[in-house]
Ligand binder design. Sequence first.
Ligand code: NAG
Ligand code: NAG
Length: 315
Amino acid sequence: MASPPLSVALLSAILVAAVIYLIAIPDGFKLTELLGSSSSCAKKNQQLQAATDEPVDLSVFLGIMTVPSAYERRTILRLAYSLQPRPARAAVDVRFVLCTIDKEEDRILVSLEIIAHGDVLVVNCTENMNDGKTYAYFSAVPRLFAAAPYDYVGKTDDDNYYRVAALVESLRGKARRDMYHGFLLPCHWPHNQYMSGMGYIVSWDVVEWVAATPELRDDHHVWEDEDFGGWLRKGGKNKNVYNEEPRMYNYWDRDMGYEKIDCFWHAHRADAVAVHQLKDRLKWARTLYYFNATQGLRPSKLYHVDLENNIYKVY
Ligand SMILES: *[C@@H]1O[C@H](CO)[C@@H](O)[C@H](O)[C@H]1NC(C)=O
Ligand SMILES: *[C@@H]1O[C@H](CO)[C@@H](O)[C@H](O)[C@H]1NC(C)=O
């Protein structure tokens, strides 16, 4: 169906993308904004254009905790984050966070990813759930970026999908000190609360305090995200708590059965800030489809992909 000019336009866009990419990458990992570097070229999203010229008044460093071997997941995450509409007046730097890489194949292959994408941060820890990665990450960030602090620092899982524009809209106007934002657990039970490990955001003073308080590293009782809530409570750093339920939730669709719906699990909503438990390709695919990521697909004689036959069209 595509007319030749469209294909030419697409090819030119790809060429421009390649050139910008080659120019952008030598800056090194720190300033290569994951969202900026690929989305401005890969997809002509009208919202992206408007967003770029305005002055930035909110910055977030978002670390996605993952392991070296999760090559496919990182591929999906790069698509998920780079094809999102850019947030207005905000800079959100998304990076993959790994502990010290110990296997030969991973040292080499992850190095290649760093060369190609510049979106990896390696912190000093061993890759072992609940063995100090949370402390290692939050204490590394304020040291690495002391010269150019962010307003907020977030930590998220590799099975979580933050919708960055919705996140920024939710953070705008919130406190910038002693701030703790996420999905509060246990649901509706106001004691010993902490933010679910799906993802949480704290203000820069909180990460500086974590880095300056090394005894927290050994203040370890339950799982790390629950410990983190305990640290803030003990340190008086949780004065401004923002619970994002129900805009943060676990992925649910009809195939999973209605009995599963509760405070965590429910159907997608258009104002979602984050969707968690995206444990397989199908859940990622349905989620990205629901949030209109596929709308950037241009008609072309080179392919025909039937996007009509899927669960969110059947609903
Ligand atoms: C990493 O952490 C370990 C244990 O805390 C420490 O002994 C080591 O010196 C650190 N390595 C680097 C490169 O900072
Ligand atoms: C996706 O796009 C459709 C059509 O433009 C719109 O009606 C819908 O609200 C969008 N969905 C979300 C989640 O933004």
